[in-house]
Design a protein around this ligand. Structure first.
Ligand SMILES: [Zn+2]
Ligand SMILES: [Zn+2]
Length: 277
């Protein structure tokens, strides 16, 4: 997939209207193209802000009868359009009410529903893997700050101790990284950890002067992916930290640090490759 093509379909991707096969191509392009990654992150942030604003504002609700008409009209228009684009859209997801709402929200239109109307049933946008990972990535970043960085004196003190979990994650995480990188990778601590209701296994490492957290998601079991999508790593900046997320089998894994995006990604890549081997 080229940048031009990615730009054309990224809006649809954000609205979850693409077919699964196209999603995989989008993932691949995002992983390999820093420019599109940056633009996509900005678009997603704007979309999330609009979504949050729509949810928060009670009067910002669409009249259901109008929504049905609007949706039908947009569908008609979309079906009349020729070209390859329409084949990318899954017909059953074609422009759901939520997407129509967002289009108008972005344009600054406000629809007031009369008090006699039934509360509107907004179509729940289907969650994509990328959305799910982003939500947890934010918690991983918070956990890194709250647990790894806040308690660093304690982790340093405990670094000499031996216990079962440390042995397991030294094999699983520290050793593959030590084999891959020439600089010193030090295992500080491994434990189970909860942040804002999210359970992780938390592995804290030191690479040179940098503290790196690796989180294994314990509570959400993702649908198992095939090896092709296994290779996808998503990079984003959350709370000022670099977060690289990927999926191995049915588990989401996050690498969080203050290293550069490239360095943080290379740690995630080394782990992903080692798990897949
Ligand atoms: Zn690109
Ligand atoms: Zn922790």
């Amino acid at each position: 997939m080229q940048c031009r093509e990615f730009n054309e379909i990224s809006e649809a991707y954000l609205s979850d209207e693409l077919l699964v096969e196209t999603n995989i191509q989008v993932f691949r392009h995002l992983e390999n193209c820093p420019k599109c990654r940056e633009q996509f992150a900005a678009k997603r942030e704007l979309r999330n802000k609009v979504r949050a604003a729509v949810k928060r504002t009670p009067e910002f609700q669409i009249n259901p009868a109008f929504a049905t008409r609007l949706s039908a009209n947009l569908k008609q228009t979309a079906l009349r359009e020729s070209g390859w684009q329409k084949f990318l859209f899954a017909p059953k997801l074609l422009i759901p009410v939520m997407a129509s709402l967002l289009i108008f929200a972005a344009l600054g239109f406000v629809f007031l529903s009369s008090p006699n109307n039934q509360p509107p049933q907004l179509a729940q946008s289907q969650k994509t893997l990328i959305d799910g990972l982003t939500e947890i990535a934010l918690k991983a970043a918070g956990n890194h700050e709250d647990c790894a960085l806040e308690n660093m004196p304690m982790w340093e003190k405990m670094a000499e101790r031996d216990y079962a979990e440390k042995a397991i994650y030294t094999e699983k995480v520290a050793k593959p990284l030590q084999a891959k990188f020439s600089d010193k990778i030090e295992m500080l601590h491994a434990h189970d950890c909860i942040f804002e209701g999210k359970e992780f296994t938390h592995v804290i490492l030191r690479r040179g002067t940098q503290i790196v957290s690796v989180f294994f998601d314990k509570s959400d079991v993702l649908p198992e992916v095939n090896t092709a999508t296994n290779a996808s790593i998503i990079c984003e900046k959350e709370k000022g930290f670099q977060v690289a997320s990927f999926q191995h089998k049915n588990q989401a894994i996050f690498v969080v640090s203050e290293m550069s995006e490239t360095e943080n990604l290379s740690v995630a890549r080394a782990l992903s490759d080692s798990f897949a081997a």
